[in-house]
Design a binder for this molecule. Structure first.
Ligand SMILES: CC(C)(COP(=O)(O)OP(=O)(O)OC[C@H]1O[C@@H](n2cnc3c(N)ncnc32)[C@H](O)[C@@H]1OP(=O)(O)O)[C@@H](O)C(=O)NCCC(=O)NCCS
Length: 390
């Protein structure tokens, strides 16, 4: 395209088109800028075979089907096979399905973004383990691990979106996978947390699209570390009690004397006292969630010039059915506009959004041209949303 000197077609900031170059060249050749968007080209999910009902849990701890269903909506969840399945192995199954649906081979993946709070190893992260599991190490593609708990998939998707839009990658594998069942407290002490969580994985292939009527319209990400410990899994860790200056809570972790090395990450005292499990102040988390979900959804809608009524399908992170119902009511959405599956899977944290999105798509509830809204809130606190024109 030839444009006359001085009439800058794009806003180049520095304005160099008007500078000395123009004095030499009266016109300049510029390829028109194509606004590239990211799209979800394929999606897959996997949940382990083993179904664990509320009644089964009540054999290990003082709880009941009635209590769990009334407070959370959960009827059952799935648990992986010990020593046979892991966060990575489940992710690989979901990833292969996503690749097939996107019409690509795992070898075509340029970059992996893996969100989980229940990694196979403390390090290295699951990204490289997944790369190996998919048999694509020879490509030496980058792998990034995301530690944003329930909003991990939203963060991963947003990062993928930026990499696609800049043209850096063409096929990004975004995964959320969790194997909670290996790290929960199955005594009455842990019942407030344990009954909520389940295992599973979801994956998506993110690709560029030049179709102006398709793709990720916007993503919004937020965090507030003020209440980091309200929903946390702090041991093993290097904290050494440091953060009590913020929480005001001095806890005896059984650390060795200060002038010795080692034994900070995990002490026998922690193991003996069940300090190696997740903690949650349920009511506090609930109150924050019902505030932040609608807020971040409205923020995305406002930027896109849309209304809640424009949403064809809201996929909220499956934290608690009561939270999703509260969000639905606040945004005045009908039952057809919201996908809930926590009844079957519990809260699968980073995996919950891609599993729910995949299920909704498989059920024919997410169709071409639909406006899909993803939203999540969780530990950190971290939260986010994404608006996608399918
Ligand atoms: C966890 C949650 C279901 C608990 O429900 P709640 O109504 O807030 O219940 P509370 O924590 O106030 O506990 C009420 C009572 O039930 C008991 N209780 C907790 N878990 C129980 C269980 N699984 N079975 C039976 N009783 C249980 C508590 O010990 C407490 O007993 P007490 O009154 O004798 O002390 C709820 O707070 C919640 O869902 N919060 C949000 C959690 C969440 O979304 N987390 C993920 C964020 S991404």
């Amino acid at each position: 395209m030839n444009i006359p000197c001085g009439q800058s077609f794009f806003n180049y900031g520095s304005g160099w088109l008007n500078g000395s170059l123009c004095a030499i060249e009266p016109t300049i050749n510029i390829t028109p800028l194509i606004i590239m968007r990211s799209k979800i080209a394929g999606i897959g999910h996997y949940v382990p075979e083993r179904v664990v009902t509320n009644d089964e849990l009540s054999r290990f701890m003082d709880t009941s089907d009635e209590w769990i269903q009334e407070r959370t909506g959960i009827k059952e969840r799935h648990y992986g096979k010990k020593h046979e399945e892991t966060t990575t192995s489940m992710a690989a199954i979901a990833a292969r399905i996503a690749c097939e649906r996107a019409g690509i081979q795992p070898e075509d993946i340029d970059f992996i973004i893996f969100a989980t709070l229940s990694p196979d190893y403390y390090f290295p992260g699951c990204g490289v383990l997944l790369q190996r599991e998919l048999g694509i190490t020879h490509k030496e593609a980058g792998a990034l691990d995301i530690r944003n708990q329930c909003s991990g998939f939203l963060y991963a998707l947003s990062i993928a979106d930026q990499f696609i839009k800049t043209g850096m990658y063409k096929n990004i594998l975004v995964v959320g996978s969790e194997m909670h069942s290996m790290g929960l407290d199955f005594t009455t002490r842990g019942r407030n947390v344990t009954v909520i969580f389940g295992d599973g994985a979801g994956a998506a292939i993110i690709q560029p699209t030049d179709n102006p009527n398709q793709g990720i319209l916007t993503t919004k990400l937020h965090s507030d570390g003020t209440y980091a410990e309200k929903l946390s899994f702090i041991n093993p860790g290097s904290h050494g009690g440091y953060h009590s200056r913020h929480t005001g809570e001095e806890v005896d972790y059984g650390y060795p004397p200060k002038d010795t090395y080692g034994e900070i990450f995990m002490t026998q005292h922690m193991m003996d006292n069940g300090m190696q499990y997740p903690n949650m102040e349920g009511q506090f988390v609930f109150k924050m969630a019902v505030q932040k979900f609608p807020e971040v959804i409205m923020e995305a809608l406002k930027e896109a010039g849309l209304q809640p009524s424009d949403i064809n399908m809201l996929i909220p992170h499956q934290a608690n059915l009561r939270i999703s119902q509260f969000v639905q009511k606040t945004l005045r959405l009908s039952d057809d506009q919201v996908w809930n599956n926590i009844q079957k899977y519990g809260n699968t944290t980073a995996a919950s959004v891609p599993i729910a999105l995949c299920e909704a798509w498989e059920a024919g509830k997410v169709k071409e041209g639909d406006l899909v809204c993803l939203a999540a809130f969780g530990s950190g606190f971290t939260w986010g949303s994404a608006l996608i024109r399918w």
